[in-house]
Design a protein around this ligand. Structure first.
Ligand SMILES: C[S@@+](CC[C@H](N)C(=O)[O-])C[C@H]1O[C@@H](n2cnc3c(N)ncnc32)[C@H](O)[C@@H]1O
Ligand code: SF4
Length: 366
């Protein structure tokens, strides 16, 4: 009997199985992106053996996709042991990286042997000057281009990821061309988030709203993405936080997802992690809270607003920006209004909101 991905996701949601785990191996990094959301602490980071224990505990709880991220995961001294540990357990391996350390052919050949399911690499512009300005390291673009050449020559699947900022918004067509040159798809992220400890300064890099409307409409017209409202009235949940997703930071602390830094437990302190996640080890306030918010947000926060179905709403960001996980915060409203306007533009409908006016008044990021 075959089973579709959406049935699998639904079941995982109902049974609270953390099927996708993001492991932040280290907060050390070889780049210095000014907007980076990481918030390192003065604590000892987990070593290889400890990460292998974490893998066993996650697998027992039903995890089957492991994303290694950071910081820069390739900087962790036990990266290879951990990545091999993922594959030896038959788990799906994904890696998020800035790619710089893959400008090394031998390393890329070793990496290809792990048969990673996907490798998401950040590309911050089509020109060295733009990319390097955002990463803070001169030469990072050239190393990345070398890495992409190595990866494509050994047939490793890569998805390029570009967070859209004020600094790179004018060269996105060329960013597409970089992807085409190597045969890799580029995905764009229109949301710049606060840091994990609540610093809002990365938001100052967010792209212009007028630009984003035109960009999204153009992407839809060129068949590069779809754009339709989420049926927020009928949705069971806003996202899988605390149910189907789990994140572990370099100190072993477990969080309900990459964005929400409310601690669930420490993975090394709970032998039966599955029991914690499924509530058999007693009540867990964090899990109870985030699950309740994820269930309620579509109707309580999004449905009352015309742009709600289009908004990229993250309750963790809402809490960081306003202190209230249910608040329809500035950047979420902007994301909704931008997509609503792009949607109307593609359909040739006149906007009931003149984007200039409404975005500038009530949709401003906090
Ligand atoms: C924290 S990095 C870790 C992996 C790797 N070092 C890299 O840069 O790809 C994960 C992703 O988050 C993105 N990112 C970092 N800070 C961000 C922020 N404040 N808002 C949106 N995306 C951000 C990065 O560009 C990268 O694509
Ligand atoms: S490369 Fe990744 S982890 Fe490093 S500073 Fe940039 S966004 Fe942060």
């Amino acid at each position: 009997m075959s089973i579709t991905v959406s049935t699998l996701m639904e079941r995982a949601y109902e049974q609270s199985r953390p099927i996708t785990a993001q492991l932040e191996l280290t907060y050390k990094c070889n780049l210095l992106c000014s907007f980076c959301y990481n918030a390192p602490k003065q604590r000892s980071e987990l070593v290889g053996d400890q990460w292998l224990t974490a893998l066993d505990r996650l697998q027992a709880a039903g995890t089957f996709t492991i994303t290694l991220t950071g910081g820069e995961p390739f900087v962790h001294r036990d990266f290879w042991r951990i990545a091999e540990g993922v594959r030896e357990r038959g788990l799906v391996l994904k890696v998020y990286t800035n790619g710089v350390l893959l400008a090394d052919r031998a390393k890329v050949e070793r990496y290809a042997e792990l048969a990673p399911f996907d490798t998401e690499i950040s590309l911050h512009g089509a020109r060295a000057a733009t990319h390097d300005r955002l990463t803070g390291i001169h030469g990072s673009f050239d190393r990345l281009m070398e890495a992409l050449g190595n990866l494509s020559s050994v047939g490793v699947k890569v998805t390029l990821k570009t967070p859209i900022t004020r600094l790179n918004q004018r060269e996105l067509r060329e960013v597409d061309e970089v992807g085409e040159r190597f045969g890799y798809k580029v995905t764009y992220d229109t949301n710049i988030t606060p840091t994990d400890d609540g610093d809002l300064s990365p938001l100052s890099l967010a792209a212009d709203k007028e630009f984003l409307i035109a960009f999204l409409a153009d992407q839809v017209r060129r068949g590069r993405r779809g754009l339709s409202p989420r049926p927020v009235e009928k949705m069971k949940q806003n996202c899988g936080t605390g149910r189907t997703t789990v994140t572990i930071d370099p100190y072993g602390d477990v969080f309900p997802c990459i964005a929400w830094r409310r601690k669930v437990c420490n993975i090394l302190e709970v032998e039966d992690f599955a029991a914690v996640w499924q509530g058999r080890a007693g009540r867990n306030e964090t899990l109870e809270f985030v699950r309740k918010v994820a269930d309620e947000v579509p109707r309580s926060t999004l449905a009352p607003h015309e742009e709600g179905g289009f908004a990229s709403f993250c309750p963790a960001v809402a809490e960081k920006e306003t202190g209230d996980a249910y608040a329809f915060y500035g950047a979420a409203r902007v994301s909704g209004l931008v997509k609503l306007e792009a949607f109307r533009r593609v359909r040739g409908e006149p906007g009931t909101v003149t984007e200039g006016e409404r975005l500038a008044t009530d949709g401003k990021p906090a």
